[in-house]
Design a binder for this molecule. Sequence first.
Ligand SMILES: Cc1ncc(COP(=O)(O)O)c(C=O)c1O
Length: 381
Amino acid sequence: MIIILGLFLLNMKYPIAKPYITKKEEKYALEVLRSGILSIGPYVKEFEKKFAKFIGTKYACAVSSGTSGLHLAMIAAGIKPGDEVITSPFSFIASSNSILYVGAKPVFVDIDEKTFNIDVSKIEKKITKKTKAILVVHIFGQSADMDPILKLAKKYKLKIIEDACESIGAKYKNKKVGTFGESAVFAFYPNKQMTTGEGGIITTNSKKVYDLCCSLRNQGRAQNMQWLDHQRLGFNYRMDEMSAAVGLAQIEKINFLIKERQKLASLYNKALVYYDDIVQIPGNGNGRNHTYFVYVIKLKNSRIKRNSVVKNMQKKGISTKAYLPSIHLFSFYKKMFKYKKGDFPISESVSKNSLALPFYIGLKKKDIEIICQELIKLWRI
Ligand SMILES: Cc1ncc(COP(=O)(O)O)c(C=O)c1O
């Protein structure tokens, strides 16, 4: 099913996303293949070094996905069954699932209608004796409002873990996301600002967290242990050398990748700004830059429903997507926690009306104008 969907999207004139791969990625990946060292080798090390330098943390531990990184970050933070972790319902499901993996309870707080990040004014009410951490999701490429979150964390002695999977390079008051919490996690699926195929990475300034994550990703082996010694219950969450080779080539041009995405977003903003009766363009919070994992608009005029917009755009060869469903309304969350419609109205309203437009390096001004014209035409008929 996924393969069929993938092929279908590739056949679209404008797919929703595409990775930006050059000769450099090919060269590094080929070097790995020819070296014969396909796992636990120099590329992962070099990738981690360059990634930590870009983010500005002491350590980075590469893993097999953003999801596995979040799982390890939860374990390293000592989150246990019975604990509560505050987070956003407007995210990819992996963020709150990582809280479930360690037996804790995700406690959702509604979002801000402009940035779609957690509404910081609603967090304190949700803090209880069981609250151990805030899993801060930086959504779509933009930082959450960190000052009030850090203040609350200090006041109630809560850990901060950042889900920065969608927000590499994003800054809050000139400080990069990934540097605020005890740990942070980035993801590299091919629709992200940079890719490794599948992959993720944990950033931290804590040697203890770093050593623990490196051990956990490698079946519980300690760094200096013999191959068959295991110190704790671990996983195979390692990143392989070919993924790291692609990642290395990508992190070496990350500033270019981000700048290009910002240029595309400003072209979309320009093309859509006059239609504010129909669409809300992405809003920037104070002191924040946006590195655009996706370009998501919110439809304001309900005369034409979002799902019918998706279908109509598809007929024109333009792939668009509902982005994102609210996690608390997924069937198993509803069953486990008795969540219902209306619990987080802002998140639900964004989920119902948001639309991701085609967004990848290679789109030209003309393409963006065509996409926006086709979109607006739906309301003008
Ligand atoms: C906010 C968020 N968290 C976690 C993940 C999980 O990353 P992965 O798909 O690499 O497991 C993603 C990936 O899309 C994400 O967007």
